[in-house]
Design a protein around this ligand. Structure first.
Ligand code: AMP
Length: 541
């Protein structure tokens, strides 16, 4: 090999905050705090505090490779830990506080967390788990002295006291870029959650790869409201990509209702925000009710589950905000695909664009996708053939913490999703492998039926599950939550769907419920739903 003359520096997470501190010193990070008031400071101040906290971690006995857990909302102290923990060589484990108590104890134990940083909100939760936190040596409460709670927890410290004891002279270390930087557990609707371990290298490349114009298109002109939780895949990587691009970051704390979200979008002149459809449902509900508008917002990134057509129309046509539909998963850091229109699709009229807009989008450089059948044969990109979606790339996992690798030497990771890819490369999720309805040898997409059902004006949320059928093996059952005052008749709903799908795909029945079960990351919990409806039998026809 002929050697290059280029410098080689390991890709370190600390370099992101060093960059933001040096080149965007006056850009603000604004947080709604757990204590109540809005807190604001700059990347300059943040950089200094990150170094103070890195020093403090050393004093607590945290060494390179040790795991440090967080139980926290989106806020500036949580953001500081992203850099002080990983930057010092330890591993940040962002615990999802919506997990069941036993699952939470399981992940803290499984990751081997030595220290837990917690927001005030989660003190009672930790007190209840205290006897299950054997390996945890210290608990740091993310507040100041004035707000320190009375608690039965042992070895507790005050975050601001730890910071104040340090000078900030700390020097960020350089080490192998393939070292672990953070761990995030999947939400685990089946069995125990599984740990995905990111590296400094994968995290940095993901942040660069997702910033590009074909991705999130981030720039120093953006003010980003980060609604997607920092405990869910590093807030879709924007905890890193934001400071890397000199973006203003706005962190909403625990207040996720439409009014509070709108208040921040408006006051902080946010140009971009990211969240799952459930959050946007609450925001658009509030906008309709109050008559408020979104004058500063330019783009909204929606992912985590399929974006309903009505939501795209509402944002784009009523509020003039571009919807970017995105797909990804904990195992892919998370960015897999993003939806932006190629010129020949943009040239179509709005109605004709919708078919593509509803798809999950095109992959960005750095991650590759393919669809395969049950024998692992690659399927064509014709928008019709659907098969198991597999991914590989710089920020795709090779397996789960403590388990055998889940990919072979060719590096393809099975996502558990079922998808089509069209001739322009737009991927569309048609199901989870375990949710698809296998009817008489044909597959019916539960997601497609759900999307159609929520297009009915009276339907608030819909789920479709497979129910055993004596003749067809399985047939779809539609379960809906409707607006209280507008409950349609079953036949009306089925007629609405029949106009939009092939006859054989039509659900055999509809059940009306008050609410649908959701998992720890807000997704429909179909496992629970199947459990709830296990004794259900279709009416005789
Ligand atoms: P998680 O690891 O909790 O982020 O969940 C990842 C899973 O969420 C994916 O494998 C998909 O099944 C689902 N998902 C994510 N984004 C979308 C989307 N835009 N449309 C449909 N499903 C999605």
């Amino acid at each position: 090999m002929f050697p290059s003359l280029m410098q080689q520096h390991p890709l370190m997470i600390s370099s992101i905050i060093e960059f933001a501190e040096r080149w965007y010193p006056d850009v603000e990070v604004v947080s709604r705090t757990t204590e109540g008031p809005i807190h604001r400071y700059t990347y300059k101040e943040m950089g200094h505090r990150c170094r103070q906290m890195a020093d403090a971690l050393g004093k607590l006995g945290v060494k390179k490779g040790d795991r440090v857990g967080t139980l926290a909302w989106n806020g500036y102290r949580h953001l500081e830990l992203y850099y002080s923990v990983s930057g010092s060589g330890a591993v940040l484990h962002t615990v999802n506080p919506r997990l069941f108590a036993e699952q939470m104890a399981y992940v803290i134990d499984h990751a081997g967390d030595k220290v837990i940083f917690t927001d005030l909100t989660f003190i009672p939760l930790l007190e209840n788990l205290a006897d299950k936190l054997g390996q945890v040596e210290h608990i740091v409460v993310m507040t100041d002295r004035e707000h320190m709670p009375d608690t039965t927890l042992q070895n507790t410290h005050c975050y601001e006291d730890l910071i104040n004891a340090e000078s900030g002279d700390y020097q960020w270390p350089e080490f192998d870029e393939n070292s672990a930087s953070s761990i995030c557990y999947t939400s685990g609707t089946t069995g125990n959650p599984k740990g995905v371990v990111y590296s400094h290298r994968s995290t940095l490349i993901h942040a660069m790869g997702s910033s590009v114009p074909n991705g999130l298109g981030l720039s120093g002109a953006d003010s980003i409201l980060l609604v997607v939780p920092q405990f869910h895949v590093n807030a879709w990587g924007v905890s890193y990509a934001g400071p890397m691009n000199g973006c203003k970051l706005v962190l909403p704390g625990p207040a996720m209702d439409g009014k509070s979200i709108h208040e921040l979008l408006d006051q902080e002149q946010c140009t971009l925000s990211l969240a799952v459809p459930t959050i946007w449902m609450m925001l658009t509900g509030y906008l309709k009710e109050s008559g408020a508008m979104l004058p500063h917002m330019k783009r909204v990134v929606i992912g985590g589950s399929a974006v309903p057509e009505a939501m795209i129309r509402s944002f784009e046509q009523e509020y003039d905000v571009q919807v970017i539909h995105a797909w990804g998963m904990t195992e892919t850091s998370p960015l897999g695909t993003l939806n932006f229109l190629l010129p020949h699709l943009k040239a179509l009229d709005y109605e004709a664009q919708m078919e593509t807009k509803l798809k999950q989008g095109k992959t960005v450089f750095g991650v590759d996708l393919r669809i395969v059948d049950d024998e692992n044969n690659t399927l064509p990109h014709d928008g019709k053939a659907f098969g198991k979606l597999q991914a590989r790339g710089h920020w795709v996992t090779s397996g789960y913490y403590g388990e055998e690798p889940s990919v072979g030497p060719d590096g393809w990771f099975d996502t558990g999703d079922v998808a089509t890819i069209d001739k322009d490369g737009y991927m569309m999720i048609t199901d989870r492998t375990k949710d698809v309805i296998k009817s008489g040898g044909e597959w019916i997409s539960s997601i497609e039926l759900e999307n159609i059902a929520v297009g009915h004006p009276a339907v608030v949320e819909a789920a479709v599950i497979a129910v055993p059928h004596p003749k067809w093996d399985e047939r779809p059952l539609l379960i809906v939550v409707t607006q209280a005052d507008k409950k349609p008749k079953k036949e009306e709903l089925l007629d609405f769907i029949a106009e939009r799908v092939a006859r054989w795909q039509l659900p055999n029945d509809v059940q009306f419920v008050d609410e649908l079960p959701h998992g720890a990351t807000g997704k429909l919990n179909k496992l629970k739903l199947r459990e709830d409806f296990k004794d259900y039998v279709f009416p005789a026809t």
